[in-house]
Design a protein around this ligand. Structure first.
Ligand code: TXA
Ligand code: MG
Length: 316
């Protein structure tokens, strides 16, 4: 198992030496490596069992660093960055030669974000290199939102996890590409479509790639817990499946007759987003054969929650 703590120096030394470190962010925990060390980047793919064709996000501490890693920053990207960084926003931009092709799976573009997390910020500030960091989960599985989650799943592959507490947002960052004329959201996430459109106007949303993702963790089956998930109207699903051991992941309503995880009793999409992955994990230790669940309201972070539930339900 990895050591868990808040020692920035230890984390920094490990990263400088080419090691892998679990890092907290406001979205989900990441598995970090020095973006400028090829071996370290390769080890990330190995530790996660991640296919080489699924590119990584590079995390930067400053705008100065970003400008050395890209060829240009289109005006709309600049607007969004100015407004929402640090925060749950990842931008895809044309990369400079300083970004290794292994990071981008050979693409001419690369994904960048500046996380909003005090402890991580302190770490990034003492490094003179950016870090690549996918979510710290084995490929295809639910992302971790606490240091303990990381340790459970990848603890035997890494030396250290920087403990920044529970992730405040709980869903991965929103990814938006500026590679074509029309800005296009490739992954719904912690920054809402509404907030993005308030800054730069209407954007395209294309998160549906399946076998050959031009983008994100956007394999149709992703975010899978180990038990089957069925998405629909809970009352209907209960009738259809009454011979099974059922657990219920509900948005706000309580179901006392079943093992039940309520995402937000006060029906807040932000609170539900924060609890979503913990909720999916909770059923692992419950005596249930399947998880039935329902959509959140289709607004704000509710859209990203529904995206993850859809993917989880399509994976089995
Ligand atoms: O919130 C987050 O973004 C977290 C934290 C740790 O920062 N990271 C994260 O990384 O979710 P990961 O690797 O699980 O998902 C990143 C996604 C990948 O699925 C990848 O396909 C997409 O970003 N991506 C990376 N580079 C890209 C590029 N050049 N073009 C399109 N998509 C890209
Ligand atoms: Mg991921």
């Amino acid at each position: 198992m990895a050591a868990i703590g808040t020692n920035i120096n230890q984390a920094a030394e490990l990263l400088k030496a080419g090691g892998l470190v679990g890092i907290p962010t406001e979205t989900v925990y990441g598995l970090a490596a020095n973006a400028f060390q090829e071996d370290a980047v390769v080890n990330i793919f190995k530790a996660k069992n991640r296919p080489a064709f699924d590119p990584l996000i590079t995390h930067v501490a400053s705008m100065e660093m970003l400008t050395t890693l890209v060829l240009e920053i289109p005006e709309d990207a600049h607007k969004l960055i100015t407004k929402y960084w640090p925060g749950p926003l990842t931008v895809v931009l044309p990369k400079s030669a300083r970004i290794n092709n292994l990071i981008t799976s050979g693409l001419a573009s690369a994904a960048f974000r500046m996380p909003r997390h005090e402890l991580l910020h302190q770490l990034l500030n003492v490094l003179d290199f950016p870090v690549v960091a996918p979510s710290a989960n084995p490929f295809g599985y639910v992302s971790p939102t606490s240091a303990a989650h990381v340790n459970q799943q990848l603890g035997d592959k890494i030396d250290y996890i920087l403990d920044g507490g529970e992730c405040k947002i709980g869903l991965e960052s929103t990814i938006i590409s500026f590679i074509t004329e029309q800005p296009t959201i490739l992954r719904l996430g912690g920054l809402s479509v509404e907030d993005i459109e308030a800054e730069i106007g209407k954007v395209a949303v294309n998160t549906l790639s399946t076998s050959k993702p031009n983008s994100p963790g956007m394999f149709s089956s992703h975010y899978a817990p180990t038990k089957p998930v069925v998405l629909g109207e809970i009352e209907d699903l209960l009738e259809e499946n009454d011979f099974r051991k059922i657990g219920i992941l509900s948005f706000s309503k309580k179901y006392s007759d079943y093992p039940n995880f309520v995402l937000s009793q006060r029906a807040s999409v932000e609170e539900a987003a924060k609890n979503l992955f913990t909720g999916l994990r909770w059923f692992e230790n419950q005596d249930v054969e399947m998880i039935i669940t329902e959509n959140a309201p289709d607004k704000g972070l509710g859209k990203a929650i529904n995206d993850r539930l859809n993917r989880a339900s399509r994976s089995k």
